[in-house]
Design a protein around this ligand. Structure first.
Ligand SMILES: [Zn+2]
Length: 563
């Protein structure tokens, strides 16, 4: 028995030893291939690994009788793109919801909601979005929803995803009365009489959302597959799902077991104060303790998401170092926003998660929250030494220059999201709350790159309407609306820097530098074929890029035929 296995082992080794000389499974040739050392003509792949990149003559040496050859016909090949902050379940689930376009007026919200009411039976929950106060024209109030939906509980998410607008029926089901105290990390907005207006900020939104029946497992799988396919069609080969729970871990594992999960997925398990006891003995029934049950080759639930603050809109929930520009005296308590975790709790949590091997992604929009996140990473390095895990401060709408300067030295990374690096309906809201001066450095991508901080991009879809990374790449460079024109924001970077953010930087952030992110021999063949070379066209046309083919580990997972 032992002898037999030894022989098999030796044979196995021998077969692998021939590997560099064996014929390629697939050759892509006749195109423009983006590599760290310049443009190449051809690329050869064996067993999912890039085995050669170079001119056509060199690569054709690996061509054998069984080698498949794809003529690129002048198309461009880039490394597969990463979206480092996305909510696929929510993005796909939105299709069944009551949705109106971002920037909708009250009239449009009400007429859309009226239509949704007519399609549902009395008492059935209606969920949807996405509203913003500036477009509604006045602070949203439950009575505006009651007028068209008196008999259905309604909860509508705002454009940032951080506030909910509920009608009276929903507030009643959630048991929210004048006597209900604000939950930790949340605000129940109230009128002059102390009665809830229906607007619920941050964790307070959970009081109502927690009462909405969850989608059935079939629906959850359907939403997830829809989103993963949509992202593949845009050339996204690796994602970080920024909020997962046990249900979504089960869904990813099931898709992986069915062989339909193609992307590399990192999942971040959301943790809130009062949840699992991270620092002492983890609850064995918690998602954190159960993560390895759901781990698969393409799915790693190895990240924890912490919410440090909210959003810098009229709700003033992002934690700022200096008061909001439109803070009033009555508003004193919230004039600098909300930091949701005391620094000491945050530090203890970071130290414990780092020691347990989890990467931490922190939601931090305001500069005070970013500082708190960096302080916590510094505390983990101090306590544990450098674990090799790159923890991530995410969003970074506002970051103090001194914090950008120290991020690199503590091994912290910045995830810049969402893809609204250009004028968008949420900006007037933010600009009014923050004031024009601080808006100059809104999402300071350039400052971060100039300081040498590892910086990666996230769409935060469906917080933004489009998961399309080509819009993100273009607008990181132009800081104008897709296609150019109109107002221009600050902090523009180069096209090369933008593509690096989506490829090599992102791979490095995930600890995958030796596997993906660049087109070089030895790395896995996660590559995309696109219809134009972004370096050879006007930058304002990059957002129209069409993806022709996507390969993950050498397997063609999108686009079967070439034009
Ligand atoms: Zn998000």
């Amino acid at each position: 028995m032992r002898a037999c296995c030894l022989v098999l082992l030796v044979l196995g080794t021998a077969a692998k030893a021939q590997f560099p000389n064996q014929n390629a499974d697939l050759i892509l040739q006749g195109g423009e291939i983006y590599t760290p050392s310049g443009w190449a003509e051809a690329l050869a792949i064996t067993d999912g690994v890039i085995v050669a990149v170079g001119n056509a003559a060199t690569v054709s040496g690996l061509r054998g009788a069984s080698t498949e050859v794809i003529d690129l016909a002048g198309a461009t090949v880039l490394p597969g793109l990463h979206d480092m902050h996305v909510h696929p379940q929510g993005g796909g689930g939105g299709r069944q919801q009551c949705q109106f376009p971002q920037g909708s007026s009250l009239e449009i919200v009400q007429s859309t909601l009226g239509g949704c009411v007519s399609e549902r039976s009395s008492g059935e929950w209606i969920i949807g979005g996405q509203w913003d106060s500036a477009s509604i024209g006045s602070p949203p109030h439950r009575s505006m929803l009651d007028a068209v939906a008196p008999d259905n509980p309604v909860v509508l998410t705002d454009i940032s995803g951080h506030s909910a607008w509920a009608n009276s029926a929903a507030l009643e089901i959630a048991g929210i009365t004048a006597g209900t105290a604000n939950p930790q990390g949340g605000v129940i907005e109230r009128d002059a009489d102390g009665i809830a207006t229906g607007v619920l900020r941050e964790s307070a939104a959970g009081l109502v959302r927690g009462r909405v029946p969850p989608p059935d497992p079939g629906q959850a799988l359907d939403s997830l597959s829809y989103s993963l396919n949509l992202m593949l069609s845009h050339g996204i080969t690796t994602i970080t799902d920024a909020v997962i729970d046990e249900g979504s871990m089960r869904a990813y594992a099931e898709l992986a077991d069915q062989g339909v999960l193609k992307q590399r997925v990192r999942g971040c398990i959301v943790w809130r104060p009062g949840g699992d006891q991270i620092s002492t003995t983890p609850d064995p029934s918690s998602p954190l303790a159960r993560a390895n049950l759901y781990r698969r080759d393409r799915f790693s639930p190895d990240c924890v998401k912490l919410l440090l603050d909210g959003v810098p809109t009229d709700g003033h929930t992002a934690a700022m170092l200096d008061p909001y520009a439109d803070a009033t005296l009555e508003d004193d308590e919230r004039s600098r926003g909300i930091l949701m975790l005391p620094q000491e709790t945050l530090n203890e949590t970071l130290i414990a998660l780092d020691a347990q091997g989890f990467a931490v992604k922190m939601h931090a929009a305001g500069d005070a929250a970013v500082r708190a996140g960096l302080d916590a990473i510094a505390a983990a390095r101090q306590a544990n030494g450098f674990s090799g895990i790159l923890h991530d401060v995410g969003h970074n709408s506002f970051v103090h220059m001194s914090d950008i300067e120290r991020a690199r030295s503590i091994g912290a990374t910045f995830e810049m999201s969402p893809y609204i690096w250009y004028p968008n309906p949420i900006i007037p809201d933010i600009s009014r709350a923050i004031g024009p001066e601080r808006m100059q450095r809104w999402i300071p991508v350039k400052d971060a790159l100039d300081a040498g901080v590892l910086t990666v991009p996230g769409s935060d879809w469906p917080v933004v309407a489009e998961v399309n990374p080509w819009i993100g790449i273009e607008t990181l460079v132009t800081r104008q609306a897709p296609g150019g024109g109109g107002e221009q924001l600050g902090e523009p970077i180069s096209l090369e820097q933008a593509i690096d953010m989506f490829t090599v930087n992102a791979a490095r952030q995930m600890g995958n530098s030796n596997r993906t992110g660049r087109i070089v021999p030895g790395l896995l063949a996660d590559v995309i074929v696109i219809d134009r070379n972004p370096f050879e066209i006007p930058i304002t046309e990059v957002h129209e890029t069409q993806v022709l083919k996507v390969l993950i580990e050498g397997e063609i997972v999108y686009g079967e035929t070439m034009p």
